[in-house]
Design a protein around this ligand. Structure first.
Ligand SMILES: NC(=O)c1ccc[n+]([C@@H]2O[C@H](COP(=O)([O-])OP(=O)(O)OC[C@H]3O[C@@H](n4cnc5c(N)ncnc54)[C@H](OP(=O)(O)O)[C@@H]3O)[C@@H](O)[C@H]2O)c1
Length: 218
């Protein structure tokens, strides 16, 4: 498949690129910073099937230029702290740029809009003990999801991580859920970025959640 990844130089995005390349997809890796793109190309370039290009997910023209003609566009952008409003702006750019294209959009989102296990009336961000310092990015992710859900003429899927999404080990195992936070038997809610990338590429290759949000975890 031909896949474009926005946010490709990030922690999640770079692992998504790596997973896609390992499956022999044709990957266009997009970011705004040329130095970071060059570093990514040097690290992964020898695998083949990769090209890196500058582009901004919030620019509908960039999204159309880099997304049309692909089977799938994946977005894993994240704003720097203090500029959380950029997340919804990027979502609007992706929606506008891909409307009518027939290209599927897979968005890496946040966990905060999931509901607490066994409590469908309470979202993670409104649950007890949610860290106050994470509230701005959590609310930004919620707005991002609203923008994606409101889109028309676009085949989208939104993947919410569990509470913890960190660099780790590629185990190849994961569980799927819909709108409720997934937790393990020990009460933790987590997945490695490597396994998260597997779940995302599995969805890219075999769509199981058209125009829907789903979640993943151990
Ligand atoms: N538990 C959770 O809910 C959880 C935990 C971790 C991550 N996440 C989500 O996972 C996603 C990725 O996070 P991450 O940790 O990989 O972030 P990261 O390491 O900070 O990477 C984000 C990337 O996005 C790029 N970017 C930002 N704005 C962009 C734009 N408008 N156009 C193109 N590229 C853009 C940045 O590169 P440039 O600045 O060079 O363009 C950067 O490479 C985010 O949506 C985050 O909310 C969720």
């Amino acid at each position: 498949m031909r896949i474009t990844v926005f946010g490709a130089t990030g922690a999640v995005g770079s692992r998504v690129v790596q997973e896609a390349l390992s499956r022999h997809h044709d990957v266009t890796a997009v970011g705004r910073n040329l130095d970071r793109l060059t570093t990514l190309a040097q690290r992964l370039g020898e695998v083949g099937g990769l090209r890196v290009l500058r582009g901004d997910a919030s620019d509908a023209g960039d999204v159309a230029r880099l997304g049309w003609g692909r089977e799938v566009v994946i977005s894993a952008t994240r704003p720097v702290p203090g500029r959380e409003d950029e997340l919804a702006i990027a979502a609007k750019g992706l929606v506008s740029g891909l409307a009518g294209s027939g290209v599927r959009l897979l968005v890496v989102g946040g966990a905060a809009s999931l509901t607490l296990p066994g409590d469908p009336g309470t979202t993670v961000v409104d649950g007890p003990g949610f860290p106050v310092e994470l509230r701005p990015i959590a609310l930004a992710c919620n707005e991002q999801l609203e923008v994606i859900r409101a889109s028309t003429d676009l085949e989208w899927t939104y993947l919410s991580p569990p509470a913890l999404l960190e660099p780790g080990v590629r185990t190849g195992t994961y569980r799927l859920g819909r709108d409720e936070l997934l937790t393990s038997a020990d009460g933790t809610s987590s997945i490695s970025m490597e396994d998260f990338a597997i779940a995302l590429l599995d969805e890219a290759e075999q769509p199981r959640h058209p125009r829907a949000r789903f979640t993943v975890g151990y």
